[in-house]
Write a protein that binds this ligand. Structure first.
Ligand code: CU
Length: 186
C-alpha cells in the first residue's frame, strides 16, 4: 500500500503541475511554470565597421540566452571567434564565423546572430586580411572577466603583433539571416 500511495501522490502532484502550467497566463514565481515561462533573451546589436576598423560596441555584456546580432557596414567585414591567447585565428574548427559580408554602401542586407550559452568570455575578430583588420583593432569580446588580466586591450595588443588573420573553415556557430532594419542608420 505504501507503493500505491506514493505513486498516487506523484501522479497527483504531476497533474497539479500540468494544470498549473497550462492555466497560468502570467509567470508563476514559485512553481515549474516560472521555469517554462523564462523571458526571451535580449538582443545586443554590434556594428562591424562603425568608426573604421572597429566593432561598436566592442565590449558586450550579455546574459545566458541573449543574442548578439552583428551588422555590417562597408567595405567587407566578417566576425569570427578566437581564443584570448591566440587572437585573429579561429578558436577551433567549430569557431563561429559569419563569412564575409561585402557591403558597397549602407548596411549589409544580412546579419549574423549568435546565442550566448554560458558566462565565459567570447573573443571575436574580423578576419579580413586586406587591410589587416584584426591587427588594426577590429576585435571585441562578450563577457570579459573584469577581474582578469585578460582584457580587451591586452587582446588587441596581442592581435597587433600577429602577422595575419585566418578565417574559420566554414560559416557556422550562428545564423546568417535577413537584416531586421537594413535602412536603420548607425
Ligand atoms: Cu573587418
Amino acid at each position: 500500500m505504501v507503493a500505491f500511495s506514493s505513486a498516487f501522490i506523484s501522479a497527483a502532484v504531476a497533474a497539479l503541475y500540468v494544470s498549473g502550467a497550462a492555466s497560468a497566463p502570467t509567470p508563476s514565481t514559485n512553481g515549474p511554470a516560472a521555469v517554462v515561462a523564462r523571458a526571451p533573451g535580449v538582443t545586443h546589436t554590434v556594428v562591424a565597421g562603425l568608426g573604421g576598423l572597429h566593432f561598436d560596441p566592442e565590449n558586450v555584456v550579455a546574459n545566458i540566452g541573449d543574442v548578439v546580432e552583428y551588422h555590417y557596414l562597408p567595405m567587407n567585414h566578417s566576425v569570427a571567434q578566437s581564443s584570448f591567447a591566440k587572437p585573429c585565428v579561429p578558436i577551433n574548427n567549430n569557431a563561429f564565423f559569419s563569412g564575409f559580408m561585402p557591403t558597397p554602401s549602407g548596411q549589409n542586407p544580412n546579419v549574423f546572430t549568435i546565442t550566448v550559452n554560458d558566462t565565459q568570455p567570447i573573443w571575436f575578430y574580423c578576419s579580413q586580411t586586406k587591410g589587416s583588420h584584426c591587427q588594426n583593432g577590429m576585435a571585441g569580446v562578450i563577457n570579459q572577466n573584469f577581474n582578469s588580466p585578460n582584457t580587451l586591450s591586452a587582446y588587441k595588443a596581442a592581435a597587433a603583433l600577429t602577422g595575419t588573420s585566418i578565417s574559420p573553415p566554414r560559416i557556422g556557430g550562428g545564423v546568417v539571416g535577413p537584416n531586421p532594419n537594413p535602412l536603420g542608420g548607425f
